[in-house]
Design a binder for this molecule. Structure first.
Ligand SMILES: Cc1ncc(COP(=O)(O)O)c(C=O)c1O
Length: 363
């Protein structure tokens, strides 16, 4: 069997033991004689899976009682619209930090429904830092942040102070470290990074936001519908939720988000440490705001055409040694190593060794 070190930003690596368990249970889940893929979502067996997944989200993320936990579809991208549709409904305006491609998309969707006010932008320096929040509107319905900017490689290491409810896209930071959910009114994440496979979106909503939801929304677009039906108004992404449950069990067995945080810090220190002393590679991100999960990097080659050729060579040669998906996002170029929870330290060690070797040969 061949396994590579996969640095994809998402869908991305899953813990091997989770995949092995899913494989072992593929034909017969817990003596039912059925695969989870074949089960009715209304069966007792499946009800225990989705209830178990919710219980584990609550335990592992320490979700307070006064929050709903939902498993939805449509990705984080649907949340960019559904959140303003449901909650930007009091004064019809919200504040946003503009920190990269996903923040732009969140703002674009909110703009369809009301006023999306930018209260800090890092566009001036190619998204290489997180801006200070200025001009916050005390009457904004909420403040929205992209907690971890997957493409640009920045991450909030301190939750911003705000007088209005705080909403965060935590798609690429979820479960990478302990997060105090009580500081947020709502967090959401597409699963396909630290949580499971693509196809399910986790949404955690403080119950006191619910009265803001307009009564006449299309059923599927109303959070109320999904709360009222325990994430089963329609057929949920059954198999994806089952894998989320297995990933959360793995996290619990591994020591929870505290242990993952320690491991993630070690991996990030190793990689950034190398980049910062390299004469050939560098990180474009200011050190205080660097992401633990997504590490973009560049060469110091000045000529853009030559740099592009070197990047391609790097990605190709890395792939040949079993280090895959290291190309930067198509919108920014360069390289990017996503080092999510499931990436073992051995993968980062191998990457750093390869970076050193490439530097020696090409500098
Ligand atoms: C931070 C962030 N937000 C939103 C998205 C979009 O998520 P989806 O593809 O689940 O709609 C992504 C996808 O990578 C992301 O990284």
């Amino acid at each position: 069997m061949k396994r590579v070190h996969n640095f994809s930003a998402g869908p991305s690596m899953l813990p091997e033991s989770v995949l092995a368990k899913a494989a072992a249970e593929m034909l017969d889940w817990d003596g039912t004689g059925q695969s989870v893929m074949e089960m009715s979502h209304r069966s007792k067996a499946y009800e225990s899976i989705i209830a178990g997944a919710e219980r584990l989200v609550r335990e592992v993320m320490n979700v307070p009682e006064d929050y709903h936990v939902l498993f939805l579809q449509g990705g984080a991208s649907l949340m960019f619209h559904m959140i303003p549709l449901n909650f930007m409904t009091v004064n019809k305006k919200a504040d946003f930090t503009l920190t990269g491609a996903w923040a732009i998309k969140a703002i674009e969707e909110a703009t369809r429904l009301g006023k999306a006010n930018t209260v800090g932008s890092s566009k001036d320096k190619k998204w290489s830092y997180l801006p200070v929040i200025t001009g916050a509107d005390p009457e904004a319905d909420y403040l929205h942040i992209t907690y971890n900017n997957t493409i640009e490689g920045t991450q909030y290491h301190k939750i911003p102070d705000t007088k209005v409810p705080l909403i965060a896209d935590i798609s690429s930071g979820i479960l990478s470290e302990p997060l105090d959910i009580s500081k947020f009114a709502l967090v959401y994440a597409g699963a396909q990074k630290n949580l499971g496979p693509a196809g399910v979106t986790l949404v955690i909503i403080k119950k006191d936001l619910m009265p803001r939801i307009p009564a006449n929304l299309p059923a599927m677009l109303s959070f109320q519908t999904h709360v009222d039906n325990g994430s089963m108004f329609n057929t949920p992404p059954c198999y994806a939720i089952y894998i989320v449950k297995l990933v959360l069990e793995w996290i619990q067995e591994t020591g929870g988000t505290k242990a993952l945080f320690a491991a993630n810090q070690k991996k990030a220190e190793l990689l950034y440490g190398y980049l910062d002393q390299s004469k050939f590679f560098c990180s474009p991100v200011e050190s205080a705001d660097r992401s633990l999960m997504n590490v973009p990097f560049l060469t110091r080659v000045a000529d853009p055409e030559v740099a592009e050729a070197v990047n391609k060579k790097f990605v190709k040669e890395a792939e040949a040694t079993g280090l895959v998906n290291l190309a930067g996002h198509r919108s920014v170029g360069g390289m990017r190593a996503s080092i999510y929870n499931a990436m073992p330290i051995a993968g980062v060690e191998k990457l750093v060794a390869f970076l050193k070797e490439f530097e020696t040969k090409n500098n």
